[in-house]
Write a protein that binds this ligand. Structure first.
Ligand SMILES: Cc1cc2nc3c(=O)[nH]c(=O)nc-3n(C[C@H](O)[C@H](O)[C@H](O)COP(=O)(O)O)c2cc1C
Length: 168
């Protein structure tokens, strides 16, 4: 993978994250977990490029995110769609995602876990984490039934500096 200047990335963040989806991978190269995510964004904050993701605290991946200073966002080609579905429907608590998918681990130059064949990998250094609060929603009744009913906990929002971007 080759480091690229973020300013040269010609992408639509909404399509990249919302349609292609991404794997959030956290931990160490020896002990990591990944999950599929389609909520988040890319932008500019505190005078640096940032990525933000929304992760429910009960995700197994969340424990790995909490333990490390950084994690990766990996954008896989279409041939991995079924593997992304698998990683989005199963928990690393119950299954070995590497044994059940064609995903092959890769360690980034920053020493973070990611995957071979990724079209784009963003190394993300955590800067901010908060829990979404019901009282802060301006449209709670619209959002709550679909996303926060029953025992679905409110998401953590992580804002991260994109410390480097790597392209295939
Ligand atoms: C297409 C898709 C998008 C998803 N997006 C998110 C997301 O943005 N945030 C989140 O917390 N979970 C999201 N999920 C659910 C997690 O990927 C899922 O709960 C996964 O099994 C968690 O794995 P883990 O317990 O090994 O961390 C998504 C699932 C799918 C299939």
């Amino acid at each position: 993978m080759t480091p690229i200047d973020l300013n040269e990335l010609k992408i639509s963040p909404a399509a990249l994250i919302g349609k292609q989806w991404m794997l959030i991978t956290a931990g160490t190269p020896e002990n990591f977990n990944c999950m599929t995510a389609s909520w988040g964004g890319l932008g500019f904050l505190w005078n640096r490029p940032v990525a933000f993701v929304f992760v429910r605290p009960n995700r197994h991946t969340c424990r790995f995110i909490e333990e490390q200073a950084a994690f990766t966002l990996s954008f896989m080609p279409e041939q991995y769609r079924q593997d992304l579905i698998f990683c989005g429907r199963n928990s690393g608590r119950d299954v070995d995602k590497m044994a059940h998918t064609a995903l092959r681990p890769l360690t980034t130059p920053g020493g973070l876990p990611s995957f071979q064949d990724a079209e784009l990998v963003l190394e993300c250094r955590k800067m901010f984490r908060t829990t979404l609060q019901e009282a802060d929603f301006l449209n709670w009744s619209e959002v709550s039934p679909a996303w926060y009913a029953e025992d679905n906990p409110l998401h953590y929002l992580y804002i991260c500096e994109i410390s480097s971007a790597l392209k295939a």
